[in-house]
Write a new protein. Sequence first.
Length: 202
Amino acid sequence: MRRDLTPERRRRFIRLRAVLAGGLVLGVGTTTTLAAWTDEEHASGSFTAGTFSIVGSTNGTEFSDHPTAPGAALVFTVTPDAMTPGTTAFALYSVKTAASSVAGSVQLTADEGNAIGLGSYLRYGVNTVAGTTCNATTFAAGTAVVGTGTVLTTGSTAEGALAASGASTTNYCFAVTLPTTAPNAAQGTTLTGRWVFAATAD
């Protein structure tokens, strides 16, 4: 430091030297900062909505879609075109999911129009059976879906499970009876009974 500096100039010189020293330190710190290394992982997913549909069969082996009324015609073991009091006609109808369908449940519903004509006298029951044979014997051994003696406008209150992709089949056995109490007024009357298997996806 020069000895001929005045005290005031000496103080300014000291402050300037301190500022310059701080700048040098800051400069060194800035030039030595390293950029952080980075990396990323990305993920994606593809989505496709499933489908739900059921198919039906009157023989338990040949299935197809019947989405609108009147649908498939039930094949009765006793031809129901000349029913007399005490006659019971049996018919099979099988339901399962389609090949690419998700699982679901099904409920049998009855058409209100089943009460007209001969339908006002007829009574019926529906049981699920183990195989594709529907007659008095298999009906009696089956599990009730609609109780015997029910009017034709009443369906089932229970739902049955349907496995995905047609993995299992539910076989329904219909038993339609003209009771022994049917009056003379029933003679010559007719009915095309209609039922719906209403299915819902799980």
